[in-house]
Design a protein around this ligand. Structure first.
Ligand SMILES: [Zn+2]
Length: 107
């Protein structure tokens, strides 16, 4: 979370902005991030920074696999990447993201 905040502030400074008004994140279901605690940490971490009071918007990215055998794409709810159609192992497509999608700044 701190590195996200650092990146946001660097981007805002680069843009010549005085304040970060909104941060839009993409977080995978299996990234290990708990959204509720992230929001809490965000509020704490942004105190007395450019991002104080900024809105935090989060897109949750589903944990998905693609089967190596039948190419079926599926949502892996249990954390196991095993195809629910043919039982073969699948590769991870998405779900471990922790990205900054966009940042809105104010002058
Ligand atoms: Zn399959």
């Amino acid at each position: 979370m701190m590195s996200i905040l650092d990146t946001c502030q660097q981007e805002a400074k680069k843009a010549g902005a005085a304040k970060v008004s909104k941060i839009h994140l993409q977080i995978g279901e299996r990234s290990g991030v708990v959204v509720d605690s992230l929001k809490f940490v965000f509020d704490m971490a942004t105190q007395d920074t450019m991002a104080e009071g900024a809105e935090l918007e989060i897109d949750l990215i589903p944990f998905e696999g693609e089967c190596s055998h039948c190419q079926r794409r599926f949502h892996a709810s249990e954390g196991f990447l095993v195809c629910d159609q043919c039982g073969n192992y699948a590769k991870l497509i998405s779900g471990q993201e922790l990205n900054i999608k966009s940042i809105e700044v104010e002058d």
